[in-house]
Ligand binder design. Structure first.
Ligand code: ADP
Length: 573
């Protein structure tokens, strides 16, 4: 180890430089022993550090950043409890197939096993949630492992990876020249890795079969998942829909890959579309609970699936009629090429398209009839319509909408309109609540030209509400709208048999302090707060805060009995 500090680099600085050399531009986290220096060294090297109040939110930020940018989101945590808090983000990223690298400091290697400060076997703790979990045992390991772990996050199905850097390694030093050559070696090794994914041997044949299946289908459907959004397949999928005339159905975060206002959108005729389609081309979406496992009664028992997924395991698991393993953008482009000379009869009037269009129109009219009424005290529909209209009035680039909560997210999914890809972030595959504020920070730094609008239930907001301070500290253009109905699902819904026993006078487990002043939390840090109860007040708060592009919380008073328990998820309770 060198002793001349002017000519040496320590582990923190080397990690910061290696991350920046690998192209990392943002890192989210919470500092403390032993990673404080790493955060500032990374920032000095060009990787901006966004300091959070809790690792959980920072992790959700890193996860969303991975989805929005297609590059791994970085999460930095301290050892022990910091790492445990970080597991929330790491696991959320893996569950959603988003690339994230969590970097944690850990206890001194010499003292491990003897009850060291914040001691934890962090490799064992992170392994169940990570595609790769590695430890730098010495400073010279750092650049290679940084590059290796970052590459693993985006290889195949994206997901979370973990890099452990013990505190003694962060404090080790080596000569400046050695640091530079270790980074150069890591850069060269990454450059020589084959960037093109292996071509699945049956892809060409599969493309032919898929095109043929679609051509002969009577009631085809394209399902667009968030994997397609991640793959930036929007142009290819829009072309497919436009040239074939096949109706499409986006999953919640697949919304916007093809604009919601496209005439072939079957969102408002979802049950008909999935219940009666005979061939479904599913692009970047798992046939999991969100898509009713691709089984009856929601789907027809005879439906034939064509699955496009970067993960071969996913295709193996679902055993579709045709499995196309590969990047969604590339596969759909190949499909477009294959069907170019075979115009589909659907290009003109077709009974299946007519049925979907009619059903959509009817359902949209029914919903608009609900939406158009100004109900005060607010139900969920009235404020959601006003918010929808304000967001649409922003035009392009469209705001990124962050959405969480039970009723708030359900109603928001139906009412809010996404016309651009990757403009909706929600609770995702795991139904994770508490993601909203972290997502907001990520969205604001990943896409600085867009306004960020979070539409949050009061419960979802509460998980990470302290991060309003983070919004103010970095002066991010984020407007957080809280649907405040005094609790999870709303008011006290306990039946008589639940209102017995020694604690019957306690507040219901679902209820919060009524009329909480969430807007005042924002004001406490110097941001703008609004309390609104009427359509005019809401419109005025939205117009002022959207124009200001500064952190704001709009606290919207909602009738506590307006929502349903669990939103529309009762069957999973
Ligand atoms: P949704 O929640 O929208 O239904 P899921 O998270 O269930 O979507 O599924 C996303 C799928 O997309 C995952 O199975 C993942 O492997 C896949 N995926 C991720 N990246 C790509 C890509 N570049 N091309 C194709 N599929 C991808």
């Amino acid at each position: 180890m060198a002793s001349d500090s002017a000519a040496t680099v320590d582990g923190s600085a080397l990690a910061g430089r290696a991350l920046a050399a690998a192209g990392a531009r943002h890192m989210f986290g919470v500092v403390g022993i032993p990673v404080t220096s790493l955060a500032s060294r990374a920032a000095a090297a060009g990787c901006r550090f966004l300091a959070f109040r809790n690792e959980q939110s920072a992790g959700y930020a890193a996860a969303a950043y991975g989805f929005l940018t297609g590059r791994p989101g970085l999460l930095l945590t301290v050892s022990g409890p910091g790492c445990v808090h970080g597991l929330a983000g790491l696991s959320h990223a893996t569950a959603n197939a988003w690339p994230l690298l969590m970097v944690s400091g850990s206890c001194d290697q010499r003292d491990a096993g003897r009850g060291d400060f914040q001691e934890l076997d962090q490799i064992a703790a992170t392994k169940p949630f990570a595609k790769l979990a590695v430890k730098a045992a010495a400073i010279a390991d750092i650049p290679r492992l940084v590059f290796q772990a970052l590459a693993a996050t985006v290889a195949g199905r994206p997901g979370g990876c973990y890099l452990d850097i013990p505190s003694d390694v962060l404090h080790q030093t080596l000569a400046e020249s050695e640091a530079a050559s270790l980074i150069a070696e890591a850069v060269a090794a990454a450059g020589s890795a084959d960037p093109s994914p292996p071509k699945h041997k049956s892809l060409d044949q599969g493309i032919v079969e898929a095109a043929e299946l679609l051509r002969r289908a009577e009631r085809p459907l394209v399902v667009v998942g968030k994997g397609a959004a991640y793959a930036r397949a929007e142009e290819a999928i829009q072309k497919l829909v436009d040239t074939t005339g096949i109706p499409f159905l986006p999953t919640p975060m697949g919304k916007g890959v093809v604009p919601d206002v496209h005439p072939l959108s079957s969102t408002a005729a979802r049950s008909l579309a999935i219940g009666q389609c005979d061939v479904a081309l599913v692009v970047g979406a798992r046939l999991n609970w969100l898509l009713h496992f691709g089984e009856p009664p929601k789907w027809s028992k005879d439906v034939k699936f064509i699955l496009v997924d970067v993960s071969e395991d996913e295709i193996e698991l679902r055993k579709p009629q045709v499995g196309l393993v590969g990047d969604a953008k590339r596969v759909v482009e190949l499909l477009n090429r294959e069907i170019k000379d075979q115009p589909f009869c659907l290009a003109r009037s077709h009974p299946w398209v007519d049925a979907i269009t009619k059903k959509s129109k009817d359902n949209v009219l029914k919903m608009e009839a609900q939406l158009v009424k100004d109900v005060v005290p607010f139900n969920f529909m009235t404020p959601m319509r006003i918010i929808r209209d304000a967001i649409l009035a922003e035009g392009s680039p469209a705001p990124i909408v962050v959405s969480e909560g039970a009723n708030t997210m359900d109603v928001g999914r139906a009412v809010l309109v996404q016309n651009e890809p990757r403009t909706r972030l929600d609770a995702g595959t795991w139904g994770t609540m508490g993601v909203g504020l972290g997502y907001c920070v990520a969205a604001a730094v990943a896409e600085p030209e867009r306004l960020v609008v979070a539409v949050e239930g009061d419960s979802g907001f509460g998980f990470s509400a302290m991060e309003v301070e983070t919004l103010v500290r970095y002066q991010l253009p984020v407007v957080v709208i809280v649907f405040n109905n005094n609790g999870v699902y709303g008011g006290d819904r306990r039946g008589p048999d639940e209102l017995t026993g020694p604690y019957k006078d306690d507040p219901a487990p679902t209820s919060f302090v009524p009329g909480a002043g969430y807007h005042q939390m924002m004001e406490a840090f110097g941001g703008k707060g609004y309390l609104v109860e009427t359509p005019d007040e809401l419109r005025s708060a939205l117009s002022e805060s959207f124009r200001a592009r500064k952190p704001a919380v709009i606290n919207v008073t909602i009738d506590p009995y307006a929502g349903a328990e669990s939103g529309r998820m009762q069957h999973k309770n």
